[in-house]
Write a protein that binds this ligand. Structure first.
Ligand code: 2P0
Length: 332
């Protein structure tokens, strides 16, 4: 039996990944930039074992059906193929999120799985190689190999599409991200399907591509200069543009709910009062607000009139991938 275990933290993109050039290899249409957070993470153990007759996937202690297991199995197939290995595996994955808020992320999940496989099979991968491997499971997972700010350089092949840390002089330690949970339901359109439909049908997609590389340059400059407003403005604008592309898709769709719009308006209102903060959203209705740590309490106070304590979850910059020793009692 070969065993490995790892913990990976989720990341939120400030400059979004939206669209694939190669769906099989998961080569993106554009580069992206993210902040890895401490509040949400996944721990995954993998056991490759000769007694297994199929892959088995447990999520939070519950055995998953074949459809849910397929994404995991596809990733294991890739590892098996690369290593010339024929053993099936049991994957035991646990999402650590502060509430049952539908915030489980494929970024932390697939990054943890990639690292657990690498440990189990003693692959001795560099961080770059691990990022490339995680990318094949889920694009955004390649950024969760690193703590703090990371940039996924799109590249144009399996070899040169991976994330790397952005030097920041630890500026991220002064920042926070406040999650405003407005909905915990399962999303109608997965990000994978949403980005595919947008690339294939949205007449706004070319506008997205025109702007995203300049946005990335601005974001990196802001990090270098530790300019919070510059980083916030480009984060908010980039996120809005990503969501704009979905409105022109055929058929059109949106991840926004009325509550998401309410949060956006509140962010603008509090900003007008002199508290700098900026929102971003991903493939769902929850809103994330980038704010300086020193202003987090005031922001929460402002939002407390509109949302319950459980709906407001604070996150701070988190670490990169962590290997975890497997306890003997945990073995298969
Ligand atoms: C991001 N998202 O940059 C963007 C913004 C969602 C919106 O990466 O198909 O789960 O597995 O590569 O990584 C979510 O997409 O998609 C995502 P796949 P993934 O964070």
């Amino acid at each position: 039996m070969y065993v490995g275990k790892a913990r990976a933290y989720t990341n939120i993109a400030l400059i979004k990944y939206w669209g694939k050039k190669d769906e099989h290899l998961i080569i993106p249409m554009n580069s992206s930039l993210s902040l890895t957070l401490d509040a949400f993470y996944t721990e995954t153990s993998v056991y490759f074992d000769e007694t297994l007759t199929e892959d088995i996937f447990f999520l939070d202690g519950k055995k998953q059906d074949p459809k849910q297991t397929a994404k995991i199995s596809n990733f294991l197939d890739l590892v098996r193929q690369q290593q010339n290995l024929s053993l099936f595996a049991k994957v035991d994955s646990r999402n650590f999120v502060p509430t049952a808020a539908g915030l489980a992320s494929s970024a932390s999940g697939l990054a943890a799985l990639a690292s657990a496989c690498s440990t189990a099979l003693d692959l001795q991968l560099t961080e770059t190689e691990l990022s490339r491997l995680a990318r094949r499971g889920s694009g955004s997972a390649c950024r969760s190999i690193f703590g703090g700010f990371a940039e996924w350089q799109k590249g144009d092949s399996d070899q040169n599409s991976f994330a790397q840390p952005i030097p920041s002089d630890k500026w991220e330690e002064e920042l926070a991200m406040l999650f405003v949970l407005v909905d915990d339901g399962v999303k109608d359109i997965s990000s994978r399907d949403g980005m595919k439909r947008t690339v294939e049908t949205s007449s706004f997609y070319s506008g997205w591509l025109e702007n995203v590389e300049p946005d990335l340059v601005t974001a990196k400059q802001a990090i270098k200069e530790k300019d919070f407003n510059k980083l916030g403005q480009v984060t908010e604008a980039n996120g809005l543009r990503m969501h704009g592309t979905t409105l022109a898709a055929v058929p059109p769709f949106t991840y926004w709910s009325p509550e998401s719009l309410k949060v956006m308006q509140l962010v603008r209102a509090v900003r007008k009062q002199g508290l700098p903060c900026y929102f971003t959203m991903d493939a769902g209705p929850n809103v994330k607000i980038l704010v300086e740590k020193k202003n987090l309490a005031a922001l929460k106070n402002f939002l407390a009139d509109h949302f319950s304590e459980q709906q407001l979850i604070s996150a701070f910059a988190g670490p990169g991938i962590e290997r975890i020793p497997v306890e003997r009692s945990e073995e298969l």
